[in-house]
Design a protein. Structure first.
Length: 178
């Protein structure tokens, strides 16, 4: 989904909605791990994600991208939000944990420099569905901290999430808000 805008005499900036997911799972040794995919263009590990397609919410894009890139289903855990009022008549969607804007180089969606408005989600592994489309690695917190080929912004976000993943997962399992 793209939107171009401009104010006054400034050059228009193209903004595209994207979705990223930090997918966590407990390994057999009871250690939390997060999925990272190898990005050829960046030559590094980043969380799975991609562009939001027309007629798709950011949460739907997040689920689709994880299925494609990691080959698994994901249970999205809504980010901290203010609850909707009782009796609110519309269906809520899963809220991202963060929404950030980042400069983007030309890619297969846009041939000029643009901005990604990235909706960053957190999710739990919910079973495999197909072989992944990309190279996937499940990092522990320690491995992620030491990984030279991990994008620094992803490392910072994952570090924050690893610090609270036990509590986040426990609240979600109990049906409470995260």
């Amino acid at each position: 989904m793209s939107a171009a805008f401009g104010t006054g005499g400034r050059t228009a900036v193209i903004k595209e909605a994207t979705a990223t997911v930090f997918v966590f799972r407990r390994s057999e040794d009871e250690v939390w791990r997060v999925a990272m995919v190898w990005h050829r263009r960046f030559a590094g590990w980043i969380p799975p994600g991609g562009h939001v397609e027309p007629a798709e919410s950011a949460a739907e894009a997040a689920v689709r991208e994880v299925a494609e890139e990691v080959g698994c289903r994901v249970w999205l855990l809504g980010g901290p939000t203010t609850p909707l009022p009782d009796g609110f008549p519309h269906e809520p969607v899963v809220a991202p944990w963060w929404i950030v804007e980042m400069a983007a180089s030309p890619d297969n969606h846009t041939v000029e420099r643009h901005v990604h408005v990235d909706h960053v989600f957190v999710g739990l592994f919910a079973g495999e569905v197909a072989p992944p489309e990309t190279r996937v690695r499940w990092f522990s917190a320690g491995e992620l901290a030491e990984g030279a080929d991990v994008a620094e912004d992803s490392r910072l976000q994952a570090k924050e999430l690893f610090a609270g993943i036990d509590e986040i997962a426990a609240r979600a399992a109990a049906g409470g808000s995260v």
